[in-house]
Write a protein that binds this ligand. Structure first.
Ligand SMILES: *Cc1c(COP(=O)(O)O)cnc(C)c1O
Length: 368
């Protein structure tokens, strides 16, 4: 007899999300100084937060005794302006992960189905499970979402289809033609979610916002966690047609985005210098890795984002062995990719250290 029998079955059965291993925890376990650890496990911005955001957040601390603007007026206006949309199209979330949850709250139940690609971001599956919905996984040959097959998988029970573009952990992207073909086939009762957490990294990403503008049942997710370097703040947003956005607003907690985060995000939105610098460091780092991996004959998936999926043999072991040397990467067994690891692009120094440690770990493996 345990308390579990009184709990919701979907919660009991859930395998909890395993985030990138924290720097502090790693330092504690290894007896190292946290500054000696390189974390390239969670696709964070290696340059740190937007400097403008830091200033705005310090200023916002003075008002920390006042509840935040629950409506997020200033931030939503600025976001709406930047896309030439209305404030009614913008929903703020405690990270874009919360918008995923709000979509599930709004549209899922035990009869509903959610469709995603086989190697899509794992949070979709977690959320579908928590809401008791059926999770439909569509094969993604070459690690690229197969939107034709995803359209084929739509039934009367389908409510949400998630398209992560670029996708995490594969880094692959679907193009405009595939999206347009897909959207031409999507019926009214299906909400299409374009998760664009890495939208700012590729040179010419496809335009999913046009479907929001057309009033289709579409939600585009963006975040301050990646290019803006504000992952700790937990702030992201959804851009949706007014009807969808109005429902999502009802599903959220009244103060879901804190005031410091709102202030930081607002300043980060205008920090184009930080965005440009980050893109440059990322493309230089990507080029470094591609050359280094090719030279070593290591297979990887060409990436449009700020990370790479790399085939290393036993991914769990490579993760553990690199960890011992103070480099945190991500094993991919939870994505059913036990032979692969995911490494985020860092600064030049971080990338060099990471490759050096990867070399030593792979050499040791051969020697065993
Ligand atoms: C990182 C990431 C997010 C962003 O999550 P936040 O909650 O905004 O930090 C969303 N979707 C994908 C696919 C991601 O990789």
């Amino acid at each position: 007899m345990t308390i579990d029998q009184y709990a919701n079955r979907f919660v009991c059965d859930l395998v909890a999300y395993e985030p990138g291993k924290p720097i502090d925890e790693t330092a504690r376990e290894l007896g190292l100084d946290p500054s000696q650890i390189v974390k390239v496990a969670s696709n964070e911005n290696p340059l740190g937060p937007s400097p403008l955001a830091k200033i705005a957040m310090r200023d916002a601390l003075e008002e920390a005794h006042i509840y935040p603007d629950g409506g997020g007026y200033r931030l939503r206006c600025a976001i709406a302006d930047s896309f030439e949309m209305e404030i009614s199209n913008v929903v703020l979330g405690n990270g874009s992960n919360e918008i995923i949850e709000l979509l599930c709250h709004t549209f899922l139940n035990r009869d509903a189905e959610l469709i995603a690609a086989e190697h899509a971001f794992v949070v979709y599956k977690l959320m579908a499970t928590l809401f008791g919905a059926k999770y439909i996984e569509v094969p993604d040959p070459g690690f690229i979402h197969d939107l034709d097959a995803m359209a084929d998988a739509i039934t009367d029970k389908t409510r949400l289809v998630f398209i992560a573009n670029p996708n995490n952990p594969t880094g692959t992207m679907v193009d405009q033609a595939a999206i347009d073909r897909f959207m031409a086939r999507v019926p009214e009762h299906v909400i299409v979610v374009f998760d664009e957490a890495y939208f700012e990294f590729p040179d010419s990403p496809p335009d999913a916002l046009k479907y929001v503008r057309e009033g289709r049942n579409v939600c585009v997710l963006r975040t301050f966690s990646k290019i803006h370097g504000l992952a700790a703040l937990r702030v992201g947003y959804g851009l949706a047609s007014k009807n969808v956005a109005t429902l999502l607003q009802k599903a959220r907690q009244p103060f879901n985005v804190n005031a410091i985060a709102q202030a930081g995000a607002l300043a980060a939105l205008g920090d184009s210098a930080h965005i440009e610098k980050t893109r440059t460091v990322n493309s230089e780092g990507m080029a470094f890795y591609e050359t280094a991996l090719k030279a070593r004959g290591l297979e990887f998936v060409p990436s449009f984002a700020n990370f790479l999926l790399i085939k290393v043999g036993d991914g769990d072991r490579v993760f553990r062995d690199m960890l011992k040397q103070g480099v945190i990467i991500r094993a991919m067994s939870s994505y059913k990719l036990p032979d692969w690891v995911r490494i985020s692009i860092g600064t030049r120094a971080q990338n060099e250290r990471c490759i050096e440690v990867l070399d030593s770990v792979l050499a040791a493996e051969v020697a065993v």
